[in-house]
Design a protein around this ligand. Structure first.
Ligand code: GAP
Length: 440
């Protein structure tokens, strides 16, 4: 195992337990004993996952004029996957342990069965990772469909549609967020590798001569995105693939790696896909997928630079990086130091007691904040316990309404990280929270 900086002991177990206990991530179909490493996102998890995707969409689409969005179908005909190369080459080497009969991905087990320790395996066979299904009521070849194993192909097949409908010219990009499916041989490590997961991919179309420059640009831009959202630089590194390790379409790939509890591993891949995909789909479909540059009178097939991230995997990395334990008032506390943009709840409104007059003002405060922040409202338990519960799920600010509020129309704002408290007038609360979150 690689060594990684500053690991909390048993971090993966702690985060997995917290995720289950506090409603971030549940094992899927749990009342039926679970289902093969699939997961459901609970009330807090769905907020956080949406925040991860929103932060990505904001940086990729909203804040740029050179990238547009797309949401393509998950089901696709075999023709797409034949042209993309996935039918032939999207395989992993599968071996069976001769002693215990468990199946493994040969390249992940270093010759020793993780189940029984045997070193005797069957010959590796190529196992295609795509989920095959049928579209419509009639079985047979014509009905075969595949669930997409990456969102990227929907972007390439829509290249001409997008070009014809928006006024973009290379360099420009198409971004997409959505589910992808891979029949992974050994899904593992919580939501790191699952069979159903969410991707955030962007295909950036550039003149071939500029491809290398854009490749370097996107590597740095994507690395900076994770740092901006709170992952310490020491937990991130870049890893450039050796030529013999490249995917079938790639002219160069650099992974953004994260220091997971089990070692450095992939968080996101940035690839120079060359003109592979557009050329393949143009040949197979007979539809021209190129660009005519009126300035130079030249027609060319753009190269593609692809930053391909996992939303669910990124969420896991943000959780791991944010998890912390410290001592407050001589008591151990668990705190998720999540960036406010990612936290499931950004503000918790906490009336000191259930007295109706306090609840009335608290609801008033809640209504002021809800249009601007994702808020929780909690009236149960002692206030100290409630602070701890909010710390544990990463809520950056707690707003406490107490009996003095009834006289001075002010509330207490408590900061998750410093635990410092400040008295703020209700009339100034929204402005104060906007300032604390860097929005004004
Ligand atoms: N279009 C290129 C592509 O799909 P990839 O490296 O296979 O490249 C991109 O996938 C990202 O998608 C990965 O870096 C990872 O974050 C996420 N990902 C891939 N397979 C996954 C799986 N089985 N479970 C969770 N996330 C996965």
């Amino acid at each position: 195992m690689n060594s990684t900086p500053d690991a909390v002991p048993d971090l993966l177990d702690k985060v997995t337990n917290l995720a289950k206990r506090r409603g971030f991530i549940f094992p899927s179909a749990e009342i039926y004993g679970g289902f093969r490493s699939t997961y459901d996102y609970g009330p807090l998890g769905v907020n956080m996952l949406r925040n991860v995707k929103q932060a990505w969409w904001r940086s990729m689409v909203q804040m740029r004029s050179d990238i547009v969005g797309l949401d393509a179908a998950i089901l696709g005909p075999p023709a797409i996957w034949a042209a993309s190369g996935h039918l032939e080459t999207f395989t992993d080497p599968l071996v069976d342990c001769k002693r215990c009969k468990e199946r493994w991905r040969e390249d992940k087990i270093a010759g020793v069965c993780p189940n029984c320790g045997s070193t005797e395996f069957t010959e590796p066979r190529a196992f295609n990772l795509m989920f095959k299904t049928q579209a419509g009521p009639v079985e047979g070849e014509g009905a075969t469909a595949y669930l997409r194993p990456e969102t990227a192909q929907g972007i390439f097949t829509n290249f001409a549609n997008v070009l014809a409908t928006v006024r973009k010219k290379p360099p420009f990009g198409i971004a997409q967020v959505g589910k992808s499916f891979r029949n992974e041989i050994t899904p593992q490590n919580f939501v790191f590798r699952t069979r159903e997961f969410e991707q955030m991919e962007m295909e950036y179309f550039v003149p071939p001569d500029d491809a290398d420059e854009w490749y370097r640009y996107w590597i740095q831009t994507r690395l900076a995105w994770y740092i901006d959202l709170g992952i310490p630089e020491a937990l991130l590194r870049l890893h450039e693939h050796a030529p013999e390790d490249l995917s079938h379409y790639s002219r160069g790939t650099t992974d953004v790696e994260f220091a997971y509890p089990w070692g450095w591993d992939e968080l996101e891949g940035v690839a120079n896909r060359g003109d592979y995909d557009l050329t393949q789909h143009a040949q197979a479909s007979g539809v021209a997928l190129d660009y005519f540059d009126q300035a130079t009178n030249e027609r060319y097939t753009p190269y593609v630079i692809e930053p391909a991230a996992g939303a669910t995997r990124a969420m896991m990395a943000f959780l791991l990086a944010a998890y912390d334990e410290d001592i407050v008032n001589d008591e151990k506390r668990t705190v998720l130091r999540l960036d406010w943009r990612l936290a499931p709840y950004q503000v918790a409104v906490l009336p000191l007691s259930k007295k109706p007059e306090l609840e009335d003002v608290s609801r008033e405060v809640l209504e002021v904040l809800q249009p601007h922040f994702m808020c929780d409202y909690d009236v149960t338990q002692a206030i100290g316990r409630r602070y701890r519960r909010q710390d544990e799920v990463g809520t950056p600010y707690c707003v406490t309404v107490d009996f003095t509020t009834l006289e001075d129309r002010a509330v207490t704002v408590r900061d998750r990280d410093t635990t410092e408290q400040a008295r703020v007038a209700i009339d100034e609360l929204l402005a104060s929270l906007r300032e604390r979150t860097g929005q004004s």
